[in-house]
Design a protein around this ligand. Structure first.
Ligand code: MN
Length: 750
C-alpha cells in the first residue's frame, strides 16, 4: 500500500484533521469515560508512522486507521482502548515500529491488541492451506485473549470492503469471497447485524456485479410505492403505541440486495415474487412497571388486533435469546393489501444489542460489575472455541454450522475449497477430485494426521489423499461412500473388473477344452459344468472361474463319465445339519454304490482325543476345528481330514471317491492350533496396541509370530497365533475389524 510516498497537500492535511475531529465527535456521543488524551496521542503517533504513505485510492494512509477507529466507536460501540488499537492497528505491520514501542508508549493492553491484529493481518486465508490453518489458530488465540482484537479486525475488514473498488479485480474476488466466507458469519455470530448485512452486500456487489446492479435498480424503482405502503401500514400502529403511552420509533427495513438474491436463488423465484421486501421495526422505551418481555407481548397483542398474524411465523427470541445475544419478538402479519409484513418488536436495549452486538450487551452492565460481565462473555466464547476439540478448524465449523447444515467445506492441500454433503468420507473426497484417485486411495492425511478411507470429514478439514498403485477398490468400499460420484465410480470399477474376470474365465474354459480335446462339445461341457456347480448363468460361472473361486478340474470326469448323470457328481452336501444318528443316510457320491466295502464308515466324528477313529489333519490345507471338512481314508485305514475347499482334496475327490467320508467336529478345548492371519490398516499411533489388546487381553491367544511393515501411511501385517477353533479365530478377526483404522484382516491358509 506504499504506492507513492509524496508529501500531503494542505488540503489533504485538512481532510485528515477533519476525519480526526469526526472521530472525537463520535466518541463524545458515547457513554464511555472521555479519554481524549490517549486517543489524540495514538492518532498523532499513527499519523507520523504512516507519514507520506498513500493508499491505493491515493488518499493518505492514515485515513484508513481513522475510518476503522470510527467504525469501532460508532458502529460497534467500543471505547478508548479499542479506538487507540484501531488507530495503531497497521503500525507494526507496515512500519518499522515494534510491539515493544507500542507497549512503551501506550501500555501493555493496547500493545497486545495491536500484536493480535498484526498476527492475523495476513488474512484468514493465506497463500497456503497450512498458513491458513495457522492463521485460524492465531485468530482464536488472540480472540480468546481479547475479543476486541476480533471486533477491530471486523471493522478493518468493513472499511477495506467499503473501499474495495480501488483494488485490482482478482484481489476484489479474493477479499469478497473471504469476507462472505468468514467475516460475515463472524459478524453474525457476534451479533453485529448491520455490519454483517453490509459485508454480505458488498461481497455480493463485487462477486456478482450485474445481478447486484439489477436488483438494486428494481429496489430503487420500487422505493416510492414501498414507502407509500409503509406509511399506510404503520399509521394505525403509531396510534396504537401512542394510546399505550410508549415512547417509540418505527423503522422501515427494506431487504438487502444480497438477501433478496439469496431468497430468489434458494426458492428459485423472481424478484417480483419475493413477498417480504418490507419489514417494520418497533423500537420502544419500556416502562418500569412490567418486564420488557411482557411489554413486547402486550404490543404484539395490540398489533394483532389491527392485523391478522401468520400463525406459523412468530419468532420468540425473548424467552430464549439467540446465542449471539439477539432478543426480539418477530411476527408476520397481513397488511391492508393482503401482503405479508414482518414486524419486529424490540425495546431500546434489545435494539442496541441487535445493532452493536454483544459488545453493547456488556456495555449495558458498565459501572455495575463491568469486568466480570466481560469476563463471563469471553469465557463463553472461549468455551465455544475450546470445546469439543482444540482444533482451529472447528472454530470455522461452529460459524458455518447454521449456514450450511447439510454441507461441509473442506480444503485441498493447496487451499482450494471443496463442498461435500454432510457425512462424506475421505473416499468420497478422493473420487470428487478424480476417479483415478478414488480407485487407488489408501487413506488420507486429514489435518496432517492419517485417517482411513471411511473417515467422515468435518467442515474445515484439510485433506490430502494418499494413493498406491497396488490399491484397488473392494466391495465393502461401497458402504463407505455417500456421494453419487464415488458410488458410480466404484460400481463402474467392479463392472469393469467383473468383465475382465468373465473374459479370463472364458479363456480358461476354452483352453481346458482344447487340452481335453473336447472342443466339439463346448455347449454340453458348459451345461454340465453349470449343473455341477448348481449355477444358471454362464457369466456367473465364468466370473468365479476367472476369479479362481471355482475349478475347471471336474470338467474331465464330467465329459468322460458317460454312464453317470450330472447329479452323480454333485459336490458334498454337509451332513452337519441333518440327524447324525443315522450316518448311513448321509448323501454321498455315486461311487458308493459300487464300492466293495460300502459298509465302511461314511461319516466320522472328529473328537479331540481321536476317540473311536484315528485321523490326522492334512498339511496341505491345515484345517482346524470348526472348518468345513471332509476326510479320505488311506490304505492303512487312517482318516486324513481336509478342508472342503482344499484344491488337493478336490483332486483326490475324483480319483479316490470311494474312500471319502463326511466329517464333523466335536468341541475342542484342549489343544490349540496355529493359525495365520494377515491384516492391513492405517499406520496410526496406537493401532497395533489395540490389536494386541484384543489378541492377548480379550482372547488370551498365544501369539507366536508377528511381522509388520509400514509404507505410505499404511501398514501390512502377518501374524501367527494359537486358537482352539474356527469360531475363535473368526470372532477375533471380527473384533479386530471393528478397529476403525483396520482396512481388512483375514485368515490365510499357509
Ligand atoms: Mn488495516
Amino acid at each position: 500500500m506504499k504506492e507513492n510516498e509524496t508529501a500531503f497537500t494542505e488540503q489533504e492535511e485538512q481532510l485528515i484533521e477533519q476525519e480526526f475531529e469526526a472521530l472525537l465527535a463520535d466518541y463524545a456521543q458515547t457513554r464511555h469515560r472521555q479519554k481524549i488524551d490517549i486517543i489524540t496521542k495514538a492518532y498523532l503517533f499513527a499519523k507520523q508512522a504512516h507519514q507520506g504513505v498513500r493508499r491505493r485510492s491515493g488518499e493518505p494512509y492514515i485515513m484508513h486507521p481513522l475510518a476503522v477507529a470510527r467504525i469501532v466507536v460508532k458502529e460497534i460501540g467500543l471505547g478508548s482502548t479499542s479506538i487507540c488499537s484501531a488507530l495503531l492497528h497497521d503500525v507494526v505491520e507496515d512500519t518499522d515500529y515494534t510491539t515493544e514501542d507500542i507497549s512503551n508508549l501506550f501500555g501493555q493492553k493496547i500493545a497486545s491488541i495491536v500484536d493480535g491484529l498484526t498476527k492475523i493481518s495476513g488474512g484468514v486465508f493465506g497463500e497456503q492451506a497450512s498458513v491458513q490453518a495457522e492463521n485460524f489458530r492465531k485468530l482464536i488465540l488472540t480472540m480468546s485473549e481479547d475479543i476486541r482484537v476480533i471486533l477491530i479486525k471486523i471493522a478493518d475488514r468493513l472499511h477495506n470492503m467499503r473501499t474495495l473498488e480501488f483494488q485490482p479485480v482478482e484481489k476484489q474476488y479474493k477479499i469478497a469471497g473471504e469476507t462472505l466466507y468468514i467475516y460475515a458469519p463472524l459478524a453474525h455470530r457476534l451479533g453485529l447485524f448491520p455490519i454483517k448485512t453490509e459485508l454480505e452486500n458488498l461481497s455480493f456487489k463485487y462477486e456478482h456485479p450485474e445481478i447486484y446492479a439489477e436488483i438494486s435498480k428494481k429496489l430503487a424503482d420500487n422505493k416510492n410505492s414501498q414507502m407509500e405502503a409503509y406509511e399506510a401500514f404503520v399509521a394505525p400502529i403509531k396510534l396504537m403505541l401512542e394510546e399505550m403511552g410508549y415512547e417509540y420509533r418505527l423503522e422501515a427495513r427494506i431487504k438487502s440486495p444480497y438477501s433478496i438474491w439469496k431468497k430468489m436463488r434458494d426458492k428459485n423465484i423472481r424478484f417480483e415474487d419475493v413477498y417480504d421486501l418490507l419489514a417494520v421495526r418497533i423500537i420502544f422505551s419500556p416502562n418500569t412497571e412490567r418486564s420488557e418481555k411482557d411489554q413486547c407481548w402486550m404490543i404484539y397483542s395490540a398489533l394483532t388486533e389491527i392485523y391478522k398474524p401468520h400463525p406459523e411465523r412468530i419468532r420468540d427470541w425473548l424467552s430464549t435469546p439467540k446465542s449471539n445475544g439477539y432478543e426480539a419478538l418477530h411476527v408476520t402479519v397481513m397488511g391492508q393489501n393482503g401482503e405479508w409484513v414482518e414486524v419486529q418488536i424490540r425495546t431500546t436495549r434489545m435494539h442496541e444489542i441487535a445493532e452493536k452486538g454483544l459488545a453493547a450487551h456488556w456495555k449495558y452492565k458498565m459501572g455495575e460489575d463491568d469486568d466480570s460481565e466481560l469476563d463471563r462473555w469471553l469465557r463463553q466464547i472461549k468455551d465455544l472455541l475450546e470445546d469439543p476439540e482444540p482444533n482451529a478448524m472447528d472454530f470455522l465449523d461452529t460459524f458455518k454450522l447454521n449456514l450450511f447444515a447439510s454441507e461441509i467445506c473442506v480444503f485441498t492441500p493447496n487451499g482450494e475449497i471443496k463442498t461435500l454433503p454432510l457425512g462424506a468420507t475421505t473416499l468420497d473426497f478422493a473420487f470428487m477430485l478424480h476417479t483415478e484417485l478414488g480407485e487407488h486411495c489408501i487413506g488420507a492425511k486429514v489435518n496432517h494426521s492419517l485417517q482411513p478411507l471411511s473417515y467422515e470429514l468435518k467442515s474445515g478439514d484439510q485433506v490430502e489423499i494418499l494413493t498406491s498403485t497396488n490399491q484397488h477398490p473392494q466391495k465393502e468400499w461401497l458402504g463407505w461412500v455417500t456421494t453419487a460420484k464415488a458410488k458410480t465410480g466404484l460400481r463402474n470399477y467392479f463392472k469393469r473388473e467383473d468383465r475382465n474376470f468373465i473374459h479370463l474365465g472364458e479363456q480358461l474354459f476354452e483352453e481346458e477344452l482344447i487340452r481335453l480335446n473336447k472342443k466339439d462339445v463346448h455347449d454340453m461341457a458348459l451345461h454340465r459344468l453349470l449343473n455341477y456347480y448348481g449355477l444358471r448363468q454362464p457369466a456367473t460361472l465364468m466370473l468365479q472361474v476367472g476369479k479362481g473361486q471355482l475349478s475347471l478340474q471336474p470338467l474331465d470326469s464330467l465329459l468322460n463319465s458317460k454312464k453317470k448323470s450330472w447329479w452323480q457328481n454333485l459336490p458334498f452336501i454337509s451332513s452337519k445339519n441333518k440327524n447324525n444318528d443315522n450316518t448311513e443316510e448321509t448323501t454321498d457320491t455315486a461311487d458308493n454304490k459300487n464300492t466293495a466295502d460300502n459298509k465302511k464308515t461314511k461319516h466320522i466324528i472328529l473328537t479331540e482325543e481321536n476317540e473311536g477313529i484315528e485321523y490326522h489333519l492334512a498339511t496341505c490345507c491345515h484345517p482346524i476345528p470348526g472348518d468345513e471338512v471332509l476326510a479320505f481314508r488311506d490304505r492303512n485305514g487312517t482318516f486324513v481330514v481336509h478342508k472342503r475347499d482344499c484344491p488337493e482334496a478336490n483332486k483326490l475327490k475324483s480319483s479316490f471317491g470311494k474312500s471319502i467320508c463326511t466329517a464333523e467336529w466335536k468341541t475342542h478345548r484342549i489343544n490349540t492350533f496355529e493359525e495365520s492371519v494377515e491384516l492391513q490398516g492405517i499406520d496410526k499411533m496406537g493401532v497395533m496396541k489395540k490389536v494386541m489388546d484384543i489378541i492377548s487381553s480379550h482372547f488370551k491367544c498365544n501369539l507366536t509370530e508377528l511381522h509388520i511393515s509400514a509404507h505410505d501411511g499404511i501398514f501390512n501385517g502377518n501374524m501367527r497365533l494359537h486358537v482352539y477353533d474356527r469360531q475363535e479365530i473368526e470372532n477375533l478377526c471380527d473384533e479386530i475389524r471393528q478397529i476403525k483404522e483396520i482396512n481388512y484382516i483375514q485368515r490365510i491358509d499357509k
